[in-house]
Design a protein around this ligand. Structure first.
Ligand code: NAD
Length: 287
């Protein structure tokens, strides 16, 4: 069973990121694989990518930033600035103040409702037509990969557009939620239960099927991208390490350095849309 979380708590309490698995691995092995850092995929890596059978792409909140969905850290604006994400995205927060948590998610749902996929999402759809298999493993809860047209998407942290019973965890249909902008309606299943977003909160267990499928994909892929994630939230942060240990090249796409940077064969310091559209164009240019 996997818990989403312990690392998150270090991060949000301002502790040092050395506690991530990725950094620990790099200290243990002394490995320092960082390759070229220009904005295009390195020629050798491009050649390896071209011959890949199974490409895995792990995405985080940075993947959706250019679609107008703020990352957690950027999302704390306006009336929400006084709350920390872990004060809103936990079962304890919901228990203490379901109305507040529900309203925060309502606002996030509205933002997600207006968002559309960008050139990076579309580049991944194009890549799926080039390689025998492309698996997207996303920490995002916004459904943008599917909206873009990607078919093989593993949602590790659920989906904000779905709701479930806070006690039985059975799905609740959107019809049941009509006129519930301000507070969560009671669960149709269990007395005392409420509707809640079908997302994985900090401290909660990930859906076993999703993490099993993601781990298996990471272990069997022959090329791995990590896009727009700080690589601090476990167990998602460990997935690229599985790929690496099984011999797949690893490329990080993130404007900022992360604990995964030192493990990566290349770090592309560009946004998700710039980098992925650029790689798709490089692949097109080789055909
Ligand atoms: P995160 O840990 O994935 O951090 C965001 C990362 O994206 C940072 O490393 C940042 O440098 C990078 N980034 C910012 N803009 C980028 C861009 N344009 N292109 C590429 N990279 C960019 O995410 P978080 O904000 O710390 O959130 C933690 C968890 O919260 C996530 O794992 C996710 O489950 C959830 N979350 C989901 C969404 C969503 O569904 N869109 C949004 C916020 C948070």
């Amino acid at each position: 069973m996997y818990n989403l979380p312990f690392i998150v708590s270090y991060v949000f309490r301002g502790n040092r990121v050395e506690y991530t698995d990725a950094r620990a691995a790099s200290t243990k092995t002394g490995a320092y694989r960082r390759g070229p850092m220009d904005q295009k995929l390195d020629r050798n890596l491009l050649e390896q990518l071209r011959h890949a059978n199974h490409v895995v792409v792990l995405t985080g909140a940075g993947m959706s930033a250019e679609s107008g969905i703020p990352t957690f850290r950027d999302a704390q604006t306006g009336m929400w600035a006084k709350y920390r994400p872990e004060d809103l995205a936990t079962p304890e927060a919901f228990q203490a103040n379901p109305q507040r948590v529900w309203q925060w998610y309502e606002e996030r749902r509205r933002t997600v409702g207006k968002a559309r996929p960008h050139a990076g999402h579309l580049a991944l759809v194009r890549m799926a037509s080039v390689f025998p298999r492309v698996t997207i493993i996303t920490q995002n809860v916004d459904g943008l990969h599917q909206m873009a047209g990607s078919k093989r998407v593993i949602e590790l942290h659920g989906n904000i557009n779905r709701s479930k019973c806070s006690i039985s965890h059975r799905p609740i249909s959107s019809d049941w939620l009509a006129d519930s902008d301000l507070q969560p309606p009671p669960s149709p299943y269990v007395k005392g239960g409420l509707a809640r977003p079908d997302v994985v909160w900090f401290g909660e267990v990930l859906p076993q099927g999703a993490i099993d499928a993601a781990t298996n994909a990471a272990r069997t892929c022959d090329f791995c991208f990590s896009v727009g994630t700080t690589s601090l939230v476990q167990p998602a942060a460990s997935l690229p390490m599985h790929a690496l240990r099984h011999g797949a090249p690893l490329v990080e796409i993130n404007p900022q350095e992360t604990p995964l940077s030192s493990q990566s064969d290349q770090c592309i310091r560009a946004t998700a849309s710039q980098a992925l559209a650029g790689i798709a164009a490089q692949l097109d240019g080789m055909r």
